[in-house]
Design a protein around this ligand. Structure first.
Ligand code: C2E
Ligand code: MG
Ligand code: MG
Ligand code: MG
Length: 293
């Protein structure tokens, strides 16, 4: 059977599984070169304060400008990066680029000065030696301050590395970096690890926000998580805020921070720059306030 495969050109195959395997293999081969060729990109999704919709930071999300397939989303290559080990160089590139870009913006736009950046790190990166030194070196090289950097981890990192991970996480925090639990609520051990591991913030998975307006149980869970975070002294970010209703609900629950398409999609760097330039212009349009003498 001969069919045209949209990405790989003409291919002979006998099942769609075969095509999937070919694509996977080809993706891995391409990804190996993507780093050297500078094909990875970061997009930045605003994180906003729920109560006033002011931006307080961004999450850096990786994309791949593939030479023939166009802009690929993480869903199309992160898993392959994980299983092939390429996630390690990819992860270091992401951290370095996010810090570099934020530092450039900080010097360009005063409004940016306190914005934070969140970077996703894979559990695989924590199998490496000297991870704390590597992070410190990236901060030193880029000049980005540690207190504005947040590292997002899923609970997989705790499961994969139960020994020694607490010490590593504590060292990362001691530098001043904040640690976030990503996709909170989707794993197994959610509640027990919260007081054992040194986290600063929970990111509630978007599946809990999605149907909280129709599903009473989801709303209950959402409310409990916000309260739990509050009681443990942790910050909370709600993921996947898509509608004004979600927003209103989170406001009512006094959830502090939110991220989602309602506020903004992830933005290419040029779009962030356009937004910052607009902000700067609107600030300089304000009438100057004269101090009473
Ligand atoms: P995540 O860390 O949970 O990131 C949030 C994802 O939700 C992003 O998808 C974002 O675009 C999407 N999102 C944001 N707001 C909304 C919304 O209102 N509705 C919906 N439906 N989705 C929303 P994206 O960029 O496709 O990334 C998917 C996942 O890939 C990330 O999930 C993260 O686990 C992984 N990822 C992305 N960048 C990196 C990276 O640099 N390193 C590693 N290790 N993983 C990454
Ligand atoms: Mg994340
Ligand atoms: Mg997440
Ligand atoms: Mg999620």
């Amino acid at each position: 059977q001969i069919k045209e495969h949209p990405d790989l050109g003409w291919q002979v195959f006998d099942s769609s599984l075969r095509v999937q395997q070919d694509l996977r293999l080809q993706t891995e081969v391409d990804l190996r070169q993507a780093l050297d060729r500078g094909e990875l990109r970061l997009h930045y999704q605003p994180i906003v304060i729920i109560s006033n919709e002011e931006i307080c930071g961004f999450e850096a999300l990786v994309r791949w400008q593939h030479p023939t397939r166009g802009l690929l989303m993480p869903g199309e290559f992160i898993h392959i990066a994980e299983t092939s080990g390429l996630i390690i160089p990819l992860g270091w590139w992401v951290l370095t680029e996010a810090c570099r870009q934020m530092q450039v913006w900080t010097e360009q736009y005063p409004a940016m000065a306190e914005f934070t950046v969140s970077v996703n790190m894979s559990s695989k990166q924590f199998s490496q030696q000297n991870i704390v030194e590597k992070i410190q070196k990236i901060l030193d090289d880029t000049g980005f301050v540690a207190r504005r950097l947040k590292i997002e981890l899923t609970e997989g990192v705790l499961i994969d590395h139960s020994d020694g991970i607490i010490a590593t996480l504590q060292q990362i925090r001691a530098i001043g970096i904040k640690l976030l639990v990503d996709d909170f609520g989707t794993g197994y051990s959610s509640l027990s690890y919260l007081h054992r591991f040194p986290f600063d913030c929970l990111k509630i998975d978007r599946s809990f926000i999605e149907n909280a307006d129709q599903d009473f149980e989801k709303l209950e869970i959402l409310q409990s998580v916000v309260r739990l975070a509050w009681n443990l002294g942790l910050d909370v970010v709600a993921e996947g805020v898509e509608t004004p209703r979600h927003h209103a609900q989170l406001k009512a629950l006094r959830c502090e921070l939110g991220q989602g398409y309602l506020f903004s999609r992830p933005l290419a760097p040029a779009a962030v720059e356009a937004m910052m330039a607009e902000k700067a212009a609107s600030l300089s349009d304000l009438p100057t306030v004269t101090r009473p003498t």
